[in-house]
Design a binder for this molecule. Structure first.
Ligand code: 5GP
Ligand code: MN
Length: 347
């Protein structure tokens, strides 16, 4: 069957509208076979959103295949349905429509996905304000704390009851993208959705243990090495840590075990922008976090990546000294926009 996703004015804009949500719901009602995909190096919001949506589609009597080009990171393997996330997409597989969650830039899903002929219309469910605007229909709310919030709205629009498995996945999207309910995007709406999800069966204690307290020894060994690389710039306002492939090898750790290392330089009182440099196959993967005023999303876009005001990232090829120099130049320019009197540090 063919489903045509009409590009409405609202769906092309960056803000989610009730209209685009209804259009997405219509696509689900009409179709039978769906693909749910998310970006490479998936995090808790990416996989939580994908698994919640797929579970919802199945409750609605549809088939849903969840695709990610990279494996599910160890700490997220407790997510219901995560063992069935597929890393392959056969050329002959046909779908009535494809949902891409937590990502507005289809190249981040991977080359195989991009060139797959059987995707049908592509619906983006996301909360990134910046960067690419791919997709035939976009349900994007930059004010949503996680992509899971957008998925939740869509499931509710379809009249679906949120069961324990879906609640757990959606709860993980909130925990991941609010930094355990600590970042500036933690508001009354987030806490009330979290409360509803807990009422529907999500278990905060079990989720926290699975995400934070199940690490392999190699992760701590890697952290020890990474903390040894701590460097401060710009009078202490920029704090960087670095993970090289040699460090991964020596500690027997995998690159995704360093996903939250950027939070360590951020804990320093003087630091406004925390940076994690990771040496990967694709080049230097750089994670940025800001604490109170700097817009690291804008900085990341300038370096070919994307993200939000307080959390963003990009990947640069080349030698480390050059990558570091380029990154610091852009970050210093961002910080220079905020003279001392404009910096807001109080609660
Ligand atoms: P993380 O540092 O946790 O990998 O990513 C933080 C935020 O920046 C996430 O919202 C993520 O989607 C975004 N981000 C990270 N790397 C990239 C990238 O290379 N391109 C784009 N467009 N966004 C990125
Ligand atoms: Mn997200």
């Amino acid at each position: 069957m063919t489903i045509r996703a009409k590009k409405s004015r609202a769906s092309r804009g960056s803000f989610q509208s009730s209209e685009s949500l209804s259009a997405a719901a219509r696509i689900i009602r009409k179709g039978r076979r769906f693909l749910v995909a998310t970006h490479r190096n998936p995090d808790g919001d990416a996989l939580g959103s994908a698994l919640a949506l797929a579970a919802g589609l199945r409750k609605f009597g549809k088939t849903a295949k969840v695709y990610d080009a990279d494996p599910v990171p160890g700490p997220l393997r407790f997510l219901p349905g995560s063992s069935k996330v597929s890393r392959t997409l056969g050329n002959k597989e046909m779908f009535d429509a494809t949902f891409v969650v937590d990502c507005s830039n289809l190249i981040r899903v991977g080359e195989v996905f991009l060139s797959h002929p059987g995707k049908g219309p592509t619906v983006i469910l996301d909360h990134h304000a910046r960067g690419a605007r791919d997709g035939d229909l976009r349900v994007v709310d930059p004010n949503a704390a996680s992509s899971g919030v957008v998925v939740h709205r869509l499931l509710r629009r379809l009249g679906l009851e949120i069961d324990r498995a879906i609640a757990t996945s959606l709860y993980v999207t909130l925990v991941t993208d609010t930094g355990n309910f600590r970042y500036a995007n933690t508001d009354a709406g987030v806490l009330s959705l979290a409360s509803a999800l807990v009422r529907a069966g999500a278990n905060p204690d079990a989720v926290s243990r699975a995400l934070n307290d199940m690490a392999a020894r190699g992760r701590l060994d890697l952290l020890k090495r990474a903390l040894g690389t701590l460097e401060l710039f710009d009078g202490g306002r920029i704090g960087c840590v670095t993970v090289t492939r040699a460090m991964l090898r020596r500690s027997g750790a995998r690159i995704e075990m360093a996903d939250d290392f950027v939070d360590y330089p951020r804990t320093l009182a003087s630091v406004e922008i925390a940076v994690l440099f990771r040496e990967s196959k694709e080049g230097w993967r750089v994670s940025l976090r800001s604490k109170t005023y700097a817009d690291v999303g804008a900085a990341a876009v300038r370096l070919g990546g994307g993200g939000h005001r307080r959390a963003a990232g990009f990947t640069l090829p080349g030698a480390f000294p050059a990558v570091k120099r380029r990154t610091l130049t852009v970050l210093r320019r961002e910080l220079s926009k905020y003279p001392v009197y404009k910096r807001k540090t109080a609660c």
